[in-house]
Structure formats: C-alpha cells, structure tokens
Design a protein around this ligand. Structure first.
Ligand code: PRP
Length: 210
C-alpha cells in the first residue's frame, strides 16, 4: 500500500471559501462558530478516507443489500478551549464516537503548554484518536496532546486543525512522524508572540467572545 502523505493541506473549494470568511476580522461571533463547525465537518470528511470497513448485509424493503460498517472505534480529543468549536460538527458526522477532552493553555511568556484537564481512564478505550485544535502555532500543544494520547496507549492518532504555521507543522511532524496532520492552510509564519500570521487571531477568543 502506498504510504500516506503526512501533511494534508486541503484544496477543497468549500474549505478554502469558508476559511477566508473565518479569517475575516469582520466576521461576527455567530458566523465564526458556524464556519468553524462546517470547516471541521469538511476536514473530518477528508481525514476519515482511510477508516477501516467491514462488509455487512442489510435488509432493504426489496431484499438483501451488501454494505459496509465502519470498524474503527474513534475518539475525538478536543483541546480546550478552542478545539470545542470543531467538536459539534464532527459529532454530527460521527455520532457514536467517544469524546475525551484535554485542557491545555499556552503560557504567555514561555509559550509552553500547561496541562489543566485530563480525565483519561487508565486503559485506552478507542483505537483511533482525532485531536481537534484549530491552531497549530508553535506546535507545543499538539506535541503535548499526542504525548498524552500515546502514554494512554493509543497508537493511531491524527491531528485535525484549521490553520498551521510552518514551524508548528515542522515541530509536530518531527516529534511524531506517525501522526498525519490535516489542516485547511499552512500560513506564512509565527510572529514574536507566537501568533500565526496572517492566521485569524485568537481562535478561542473569537468563538467565545472573550
Ligand atoms: C491556542 C490554540 C492551541 C494553542 C496553539 O490555545 O487553540 O491550543 O494555542 O499554540 P501552540 O501550537 O503554540 O501550542 P490557547 O493557549 O490560546 O488556549 P485557549 O484555546 O484556551 O484560548
């Protein structure tokens, strides 16, 4: 089987159209949340292209029909707070998933992630984890989240985000070369305070009005 590319930057026209609207500083709170929900769904569609299927038979009103059932047990891992905006839409697509929240914030001075919420049980309960976090800036939070999930015992992990910096992609793919990265864009750079430029500002603040 050909090897999957590690970094998937979506070229889907709907994703690119919605991403531009999301970035726009004049987009209001309600539209911002709606766009984030829709973008997450579209990215999830692309990131689930390799979900394992098993053949099944279903009964239609006319008889037996061959079909497929998704086999993988998927866990969604929204990184608080900003990852919450990607959760609802994906849960609509994948209603039977488990959701395991991870709380991390970035220390303003060191830019290092600080863990403040993690209620993972001792043994892993899912086979695949999708980390949801719209912004891959320095990559510190993403690397820390993958570290947490690998310590938990999950080996198949994907990162789903909206905007990445080249530095963040580099850091995550160097630390965890086995974790595919799905994003809508890789922007120009990080600025001196660790924000993605041009990015969209602070994804948590823009969706929660803070
Ligand atoms: C943002 C974002 C990521 C992190 C990315 O969260 O949602 O979690 O920063 O930065 P990094 O790649 O440099 O680690 P933030 O710390 O602002 O917390 P919030 O979502 O609660 O606002």
């Amino acid at each position: 089987m050909p090897e999957q590319p590690l970094v998937h930057v979506s070229t889907h026209p709907l994703i690119q159209h919605k991403l531009a609207a999301l970035r726009d500083a004049s987009t209001d709170l309600r539209s911002f949340r709606e766009l984030m929900r829709e973008l997450a769904m579209l990215l999830c569609y692309e990131a689930t292209m390799d979900v394992k299927l098993s053949p099944i038979t279903v009964q239609t009103p006319m008889g037996a029909a061959p079909g497929f059932k998704a086999e993988d047990t998927i866990g969604l891992v929204p990184v608080l707070r900003a990852g919450l905006g990607m959760l609802e839409g994906i849960m609509q697509l994948l209603p039977n998933v488990q959701v395991w929240h991870i709380g991390l914030y970035r220390d303003e001075h060191t830019l290092r992630p600080v863990e403040y919420y993690n209620r993972l049980p001792t043994e892993p309960t899912v086979q695949v984890c999708f980390i949801l976090d719209p912004m891959l800036a320095t990559g510190g939070s993403a690397v820390a989240t993958v570290d947490i999930l690998k310590r938990w015992g999950v080996t198949r992990i994907k990162y789903l985000g909206l905007i990445a910096s080249p530095e963040g992609v580099q850091r995550l793919s160097t630390a965890h070369p086995d974790v595919p990265i799905h994003v809508a864009a890789v922007d120009e750079r990080l600025n001196e305070i660790g924000f993605i430029v041009p990015g969209l500002g602070d994804a948590g603040d823009r969706q929660f009005g803070t």
